[in-house]
Ligand binder design. Sequence first.
Ligand SMILES: Nc1ncnc2c1ncn2[C@@H]1O[C@H](COP(=O)(O)OP(=O)(O)OP(=O)(O)O)[C@@H](O)[C@H]1O
Ligand SMILES: CC(C)(CO)[C@@H](O)C(=O)[O-]
Ligand code: BAL
Length: 284
Amino acid sequence: MQTVHALDPLRNAVSELRTAAPVALVPTMGALHDGHLTLVREAKKRGAAVVVSIFVNPLQFGANEDLDAYPRQLARDSALLEAEGVDILWAPTAEAMYPAGFASNISVAGVSEGLCGASRPGHFDGVATVVCKLFNQVMPDIALFGEKDWQQLAVIRRMARDLDLTRPAADAILGVPTVREADGLAMSSRNAYLSAEERAAAVSLPTAMRTAIAAIEGGADVPATLAALEADIVAGGFRSVDYAELRDADDLKVLNTRSHRPMRLIVAARIGPARLIDNMAVNP
Ligand SMILES: Nc1ncnc2c1ncn2[C@@H]1O[C@H](COP(=O)(O)OP(=O)(O)OP(=O)(O)O)[C@@H](O)[C@H]1O
Ligand SMILES: CC(C)(CO)[C@@H](O)C(=O)[O-]
Ligand code: BAL
């Protein structure tokens, strides 16, 4: 595995890779867990050479968020990626990503609004801007993202279509199902913020979501079920719920009644110092 920290060596290394295989990009912010490694394995299953980026992107953090606290473990991450057979680790410095005078911004209307777009103003502009740069830097044939960040995946797909960022194949941006701990909690780098007690309580989030999904699929009133879900999450030990919404799975339109199209239950809630997100399919 080659580790590169500046753009010219990255481009040279990727050009060499491209002669042998299609190139897959897996963007991350590091502090890697099995969710991230599953993205790498899915890329390798498709016969691609794999570029993993690790960059804790300041543009996507709000002023009062956890940019400084976010775990940085490059040596450990690098060993994990090497063991997976990753070809290039792209770990740009902040100066390489945002040179002095950087003044551009990518904003994706519609899908960025509401949900995390409402509770983290500016977040998806930061994500879209850095992911657009990563696509231009690596020019991958495919890119892989986790379904755990469902709204992020929708934002990136919209941006890639609008700005012609990937080859036209519909599957150039692959969404990979959420990898969970044995008790059902979605893996996240932010789970490391939790005390043992908070970690034990955090399982109430996916458990309460499954109860709400069974109710909605069984025909229960949607707003009443979402209100009960919020109450269950707080009763389970969470401090507060940023949102708990039923959305169309593809265009993310708000749903107040069951739809005949695939739906998604999408939630963000706070426990101890962590803000956790999760989402699950709701069948028509
Ligand atoms: N549990 C998971 N299963 C599948 N993919 C995941 C999982 N967790 C993260 N990913 C994906 O890995 C990529 C990088 O995510 P990121 O580095 O933000 O990790 P994270 O664990 O989600 O961290 P956090 O949510 O705490 O920021 C994203 O595409 C994200 O959706
Ligand atoms: C896609 C991403 C790497 C952009 O910084 C980040 O939002 C993440 O880790 O999901
Ligand atoms: N997993 C999305 C990155 C973030 O929370 O900032």
